[in-house]
Design a protein. Structure first.
Length: 226
């Protein structure tokens, strides 16, 4: 599920935006204060899109955008009552990808959101080779170059492998994996992820106790390498 952070201090606008985005299938985190958003972004920027109001209490949207750009290329959409050409240029120079003046049409907002999230979408290949085995992301089948077809993965197993491929070489936490694959409304335990990894090791590793592909990072999570 794709995640969007909306930073908007006008409660009525924020709730309308949140509701419409959720109806489109997005997971939405609504924040009503620039200071709270600043603290959140200092810890983690785990979103597919950030929507920022410009005139926020404590920390304004332009400064938040500059803060985000120090550590992330996540798409940023400004929403603001300040809609002059000068205001738009300031937002884009700060690192924003788009600028939508208030009042705005909800359909236009949703179209812009869809376009911006597309910038953050990594095109996945149809297949992935791990050692002598090949995963087909369309059929979910795993085949071996010597023994032929072995088994068929579940939809969740495929999603997890695709996520690892997207984050190849990076350390990802168990919580990040749970949020990405299950969202906020489901409550599997971190042990769920551990069990998936154990199965992957049995399936793809020559020596599951000394993995070359699915690595455990003590106290953090996992890392996938080829």
């Amino acid at each position: 599920m794709q995640k969007i952070c909306v930073v908007e201090d006008e409660k009525s606008i924020g709730e309308i935006v949140q509701m419409n985005l959720e109806l489109e299938g997005y997971e939405v985190n609504l924040i009503e204060n620039g200071g709270l958003a600043k603290s959140l972004f200092e810890e983690n920027i785990d979103f597919d899109l950030i929507i920022l109001d410009v005139m926020l209490p404590v920390v304004n949207g332009v400064d938040l955008c500059k803060q985000i750009r120090v550590k992330s290329k996540v798409p940023i959409l400004f929403l603001s009552a300040k809609g002059t050409t000068t205001d738009r240029i300031e937002g884009l120079k700060a690192g924003g990808n788009d600028y939508l003046p208030k009042p705005f049409d909800l359909e236009e907002l949703l179209l812009r959101v869809k376009a911006l999230i597309g910038l953050n979408t990594i095109e996945q290949p149809d297949e992935l080779n791990i050692a002598s085995k090949t995963i087909n992301f369309k059929t979910y089948n795993v085949t071996d170059s010597e023994y032929g077809e072995l088994e068929r993965l579940s939809k969740k197993e495929i999603a997890l492998i695709q996520f690892f491929l997207e984050k190849e070489g990076e350390v990802v936490s168990r919580d990040e994996i749970l949020d990405r694959l299950w969202g906020k409304n489901q409550f599997p335990t971190t042990r769920t992820i551990d069990n998936y990894i154990l199965n992957f090791r049995k399936m793809f590793e020559e020596d599951p106790k000394n993995p070359k592909f699915f690595h455990s990072i003590r106290g953090v999570g996992y890392k996938f390498t080829r």
